[in-house]
Design a protein around this ligand. Structure first.
Ligand code: UFG
Length: 330
């Protein structure tokens, strides 16, 4: 298959490109390099630099390449920023997807696998979260992803574009070989911040609150290895290729770890102290988020194999310790 990966220079998109190429697929990458890194793009992928909101640019790529399916990772994804700049998020995430669907319709490309988020649910009704639970996002980021899902639903009804939306929980880890990994600027995610502290790049990690209703008082999250997550995308694309119906799936490891447990796991893996201080709660953080991924297992046959937190931390550490400053360019 010829797969178009939007956002293929970003953390999760680049892992998708590498795994698709491992599996012998032809990959075309689009990225505007606003947050992605040229160095993260697989050398065997065809790369087009440009923005998905630019219909002319998209039409050119679809004209040149004969695309069988799209994986869409091109979106802004910082919860805090989304509250300060909601219009930026609606523009890039929602309008960008609208333009993409327009171009797909014009070129009769009728399969898309799409990165969504647990933030579509908002404060959970109960744990673990299943796909039938209500979606009430508590931030703009989650609202834009939910709107993108709705765009796909109505577009399917009118034009027949089939979609699989994958709602990610907390993605972490890196490709085992250490060629690519997580490099956000600024970094806001827990695992890279812990490992930057292990490297001495930060004096300490600030734990955002220890007065939550959890065993040790710190927030519990469901961490899923990026390589397992991408495996689900490939299975989702195959599901659509084989005539499967559009659907929405949670992707998590179905186990929860507290912030303190994550720091302890990193201390064990790195052998470093990793100083931690208790800070204030971060606004909008639910105390516990754990996915039920049973549906992805049943329908897609997803079998995550890197579910131990030690392995996630080891793979993340391989990347961070080999590339303490991340990718070379800005
Ligand atoms: N945390 C700290 N200190 C830090 C950074 C994070 O204590 O310096 C805590 C947070 O409070 C949270 C946990 O570590 O309890 C994980 O925080 P992240 O920022 O790594 O991840 P989130 O759970 O906030 O968000 C992630 C994705 C979002 C997505 C969300 C969906 O980054 O894009 O999951 O659940 F929307």
């Amino acid at each position: 298959m010829n797969i178009l990966v939007l956002g293929g220079a970003g953390y999760i998109g680049s892992h998708a490109v590498y795994q698709l190429i491992d599996k012998g697929e032809n990959v075309v990458v689009i990225d505007n390099l606003e947050t992605g890194h040229v160095e993260a793009i697989h050398p065997n992928a065809s790369f087009y630099q440009g923005d998905i909101r630019d219909i002319k640019f998209l039409r050119d790529v679809f004209d040149k390449e004969s695309i069988d399916g799209v994986m869409h990772f091109a979106a802004n994804s910082l919860v805090g920023e989304s509250m300060e700049k909601p219009l930026k998020y609606f523009d890039n995430n929602v309008y960008g997807t609208q333009v993409l669907l327009q171009a797909m319709t014009e070129h009769s490309v009728n399969r898309i696998v799409f990165s969504s988020t647990a933030a579509t649910y908002g404060e959970p009704e109960s744990i673990p979260l299943t796909e039938v639970m209500q979606t009430k996002p508590s931030n703009t980021y989650g609202e834009t992803k939910l709107t993108m899902e709705k765009l796909m639903k109505w577009t399917e009804q009118a034009y027949g574009i089939k979609y699989v939306s994958l709602r990610y929980f907390n993605v972490a880890g890196a490709r085992e070989s250490g060629e690519i990994g997580e490099d956000h600027r600024p970094e806001t995610h827990l695992v890279p911040i812990i490992l930057q502290t292990a490297l001495g790049q930060r004096s300490h990690i600030s734990i955002f609150g220890d007065d939550y209703d959890t065993a040790d008082g710190t927030c519990i999250r469901d961490y899923v290895h990026v390589e397992d997550l991408i495996q689900a995308h490939i299975q989702a694309m195959n599901h659509l290729k084989d005539g499967g119906q559009s659907n929405i799936f949670n992707l998590g490891s179905s186990q929860g770890f507290s912030v303190k447990e994550m720091i302890d796991a990193a201390r064990n893996v790195t052998g470093k102290d990793i100083p931690a201080k208790i800070g204030k709660r971060r606004q909008g953080d639910p105390s516990t988020l754990i996915a039920s991924s049973d549906k992805a297992k049943q329908v897609l046959g997803w079998r995550p194999s890197r579910t131990s937190i030690t392995q996630i931390m080891e793979d993340a550490w391989s990347w961070h310790s080999a590339r303490p400053n991340g990718y070379q360019e800005g």
